[in-house]
Design a protein around this ligand. Structure first.
Ligand SMILES: Cc1cc2nc3c(=O)[nH]c(=O)nc-3n(C[C@H](O)[C@H](O)[C@H](O)COP(=O)(O)OP(=O)(O)OC[C@H]3O[C@@H](n4cnc5c(N)ncnc54)[C@H](O)[C@@H]3O)c2cc1C
Length: 516
């Protein structure tokens, strides 16, 4: 299976609801009311970005508490691995960076510090060998995410040096994020703040933040000197990242771009009808169109032309070729309400050769048989031609040949974000400093991963940038804490976290079974 189709296949695989069997269990953290958990660093979101941030912070000697709403970590990463984990890409770095489009400069800076080769070396450090596929995509040797995640969790919990990361699963951040007041001698740690407090001046960093997390045993209040949010985008919300944080951060004055589907399929219209004919839906939904050439003009008037594979769906088209163009297609639809694409079903044939074959005497053969036998079209390709070519035009070989190489399809809407591989939009990078800190509205709060406003096609670019940004944010947070007046270590003592139970050993077997 190609890497392209593997992502598509994974996207279609049914995912049962979260299970607890054999998974990393929720850490029981008491019944409300309870004293707040004091810690130097709270990370919310245990996907690749949050885990990478946790790793560098742990290595910097900081005690990290990592919270996630789901019963187990890295569920989207695990799903990505079901069809073959495309970790990164082996093309030269300038070309790699260009995949991030308008955000190439920002993402490029993260990648300068942790690029595709560094990611492969990092995986090797976990005992996961990688190889470069024929498309230059990079995969773990066994194509899976689970061994990598298992080894990663083991290292985070038992680092050779550094501080073990503390995991708190089934802890959903509710959006409550209030700056703490400077410590007052009369205040006791068990007194939760009743009214929001603000930093002394608009530009001064507060001594930390109070977060509320909801778990099976009630609400937990966390007081952290610095916070790192790695909440993901809004695709596949069943896996935990649902974009619910958007209005919460907006309330704090964080500049946000709307979350939109990226690497997604599209709905079509044929003439005045939305969607394919019943015949095409029933017979050919799920059929692949291989080796086709996609052409269209984007919203900026730029011509797009690429060869690859797409898939007919119930309502339109999806697949790696469509994903590769999805940002431009989505933007073109937003601008004009629809976009016309052209598929060349026989890109290796000259027009004259095609026409000559079609002009040869048919000896009673139907057009469909001729197209299949002489031109080698698949039944799905023939059905697609019939879909767009009215019967009266099917007898003109020149017209049929021209349509085969320029098959017009109207795309009218991207599929919903919940079905997309990833999302675009999120926290505006302009609001973040180079360390990915929300310096103006929320000094001491850092963001990383897919929740930031960048997008990239499939091909390993998503995971690479998520991990690279997690690393930048983690290192930035460590440096920021070091520069703050109060030493980070004074915040975390065993006495201030009595409610944290001893955690079970890492085990993601149950979760992998559930995903499979
Ligand atoms: C089917 C599929 C296949 C993919 N395949 C690939 C691939 O092969 N290669 C590639 O590069 N990319 C792939 N991707 C994309 C990649 O998996 C994501 O870009 C990546 O996981 C994003 O990482 P992240 O850490 O930013 O967010 P996520 O992995 O989404 O993690 C965010 C975490 O935050 C938690 N969270 C969210 N809100 C809260 C809250 N309020 N409180 C507590 N926790 C919260 C979530 O539970 C989640 O665990 C694929 C995606 C899908 C859906």
């Amino acid at each position: 299976m190609s890497a392209h189709s593997s992502i598509s296949a994974a996207a279609q695989s049914p995912l049962p609801p979260p299970t607890t069997g054999g998974a990393i269990h929720a850490v029981p953290i008491g019944i409300t009311p309870q004293p707040p958990l004091h810690c130097p660093v709270a990370i919310v979101g245990a996907g690749p970005a949050g885990l990478m941030a946790a790793e560098v912070l742990s290595a910097a000697g900081l005690k990290v508490h990592l919270f996630d709403a789901m019963p187990t970590v890295g569920r989207k990463l695990l799903l990505a691995g079901i069809g073959g984990l495309n970790l990164t890409h082996a093309e030269p770095l300038p070309a790699f960076k260009a995949r991030y489009g308008a955000r190439a400069a920002d993402c490029g800076r993260w990648l300068d510090a942790f690029g595709p080769q560094a990611l492969r070396d990092w995986a090797a450090g976990l005992g996961i060998d990688t190889f470069v596929g024929s498309s230059q995509r990079v995969f773990p040797r066994d194509m899976k995410a689970a061994p990598l995640l298992r080894a990663w969790l083991q290292r985070l919990r038992h680092p050779a040096s550094g501080v073990p990361v503390r995991f708190h699963m089934r802890q959903r951040w509710s959006g409550h994020l209030q700056p703490l007041a400077p410590a007052a001698p009369q205040q006791t740690p068990s007194t939760p703040p009743t009214t929001p407090t603000t930093p002394q001046s608009a530009h001064a960093a507060p001594p930390g933040y109070c977060l509320h997390l909801q778990g099976p045993q009630g609400q937990t209040e966390v007081h952290a000197r610095a916070v790192l949010l790695a909440l993901g985008g809004a695709s596949w919300p069943r896996l935990g990242s649902d974009g619910a944080w958007m209005p919460w951060l907006a309330q704090h004055g964080v500049a946000l771009q709307p979350l939109r589907p990226s690497n997604c399929g599209f709905d079509v219209a044929v003439g005045t009808r939305l969607g394919w004919s019943a015949h095409l839906q029933q017979r050919f939904a799920g059929a692949a169109l291989k080796g086709v050439l996609l052409r269209f003009t984007d919203a900026n008037g730029q011509a797009f032309e690429r060869r690859g594979e797409c898939v007919l769906t119930q309502t339109g088209l999806e697949g790696s070729l469509i994903y590769a163009a999805s940002a431009q297609l989505r933007d073109a639809i937003e601008t004009a309400g629809r976009v016309r694409i052209a598929l060349d079903l026989k890109p290796d044939w000259s027009r004259s050769r095609l026409q000559a074959e079609l002009e040869r005497a048919r000896s009673g053969q139907s057009l469909g048989t001729l197209l299949r036998k002489r031109l080698g079209l698949t039944p799905a390709q023939v059905a697609l031609l019939h879909e767009v070519l009215p019967p009266e035009q099917r007898h003109d070989p020149a017209h049929v040949a021209a349509t085969l190489q320029n098959l017009p399809i109207e795309l009218v809407a991207p599929r919903p974000i919940a079905e997309a591989i990833s999302s675009a939009g999120g926290v505006a990078l302009e609001d973040l400093n180079d360390a990915l800190m929300l310096q103006q509205p929320l000094p001491g709060v850092f963001c990383a991963g897919e929740m930031l406003d960048w997008e990239a096609p499939t091909g390993g670019y998503l995971l690479t940038a998520c991990m690279a940004s997690g690393r930048v944010a983690g290192l930035g947070l460590a440096a920021w804490l070091r520069a703050q007046p109060t030493a980070a270590s004074t915040c975390a003592s065993a006495a201030t976290e009595p409610q944290i139970a001893k955690q079970p050993p890492p085990n993601i077997t149950g979760d992998i079974a559930a995903l499979g």
